[in-house]
Write a protein that binds this ligand. Sequence first.
Ligand code: HEM
Ligand code: FES
Length: 345
Amino acid sequence: MSVSYAAVGWNRQKKLYDWLILGFCIVYLAVFIGLTALYNPQYTFETALIRSSATLALLLLHVILCIGPLCRINKKFLPLLYNRRHLGVTMFTIALVHGSFSIFQFHALGNVNPFISLFTSNTQFNSLSQFPFQSLGFLALIIFFLMAVTSHDFWLHNLSPKLWKTLHMFVYLAYFLIIMHVMLGVLQFETHPMYVVMLGLGAGTIITLHLIAGVKEVKKDQQSFDLSSQGFNYICELSDIEDNRAKIFCIDKERIAVYKFENKLYAIHNVCKHQGGPLGEGKIIDGCITCPWHGYQYLPGNGQSPPPFKEKVSTYDVRVEGTKIWLNPTPYAEGTERPGASFYL
Ligand code: HEM
Ligand code: FES
């Protein structure tokens, strides 16, 4: 599917989310800087900007890391997932403001190159209380930079989805670096326990959500099926699948999405060709199975993207007996037309 592919049904929402993100960031920075001027007039504007942008970037990073597991736990969060790349680029831009002003304020006024000063002005790497925490922030910023510049579909196509995904997994390393940056840095000056409590709450939320989502996925994968009747496995009742939606079944370690559309059931491989999105978590839009991540589309009957696009996924046979749905996990070649299974209620 080409880079310019845009058959997505959520474009209006996407714009709305972009405006909401922008509005929230402006209000956050203005309120933070205003309150600093009011209650701590001894701080310069630069210090207020460094702190407001730092805390805002950290807050957005937490939101970004919570979106993935939240979507696995409840589909209502999917519109947030669709907009996550924009949130990531916004977070990087704000972190860049923080990093640039910090380098300017703490390293640009001497006669040493600011970037050399960043790594050489403090070399107490073996001291916890005096650790050169700024270098950790710098490394995290480099990771965010790489993620932001490769976030466009152009890079996804050129780097391959697997490499792209691997690169984006580095966000967890960046998160760890930032936690250490804040713990070893701010806590050198601020001894109030509130900072540790807030960091702990943030990390605790992210870890808990990932654990809940992980357990849910494992349960889904371990569901056992009655491997009888002509290679077909009983998977669920007709009423378990909503109209224009799917349920995902994992048989022999393969995830298959079974869709209900216009009184028929169709089964296709669950993995989107674009970036591996879960097709079974999407919905039917304009007669096509639409990936929840970025809107790539596939025809339910043959797993092919509508012309002129060329993506194809495997299809499978489904049967309905009474109210019971049976699925044969043997895949047909990608793009093979299958009749689907009619049902009458
Ligand atoms: C070039 C990269 C960076 C440098 C040089 C840097 C430098 C600093 C400095 C000097 C402080 C202490 C500021 C103060 O207390 O007045 C600080 C605090 C902080 N930094 Fe960074 N930083 C960098 C990157 C980042 C990134 C990428 C993030 C996160 C997304 C981040 C998040 C924070 C946070 C949350 C604080 C605590 C803010 C506060 O004082 O309330 N930093 N950083
Ligand atoms: S559209 Fe991007 S992963 Fe499916």
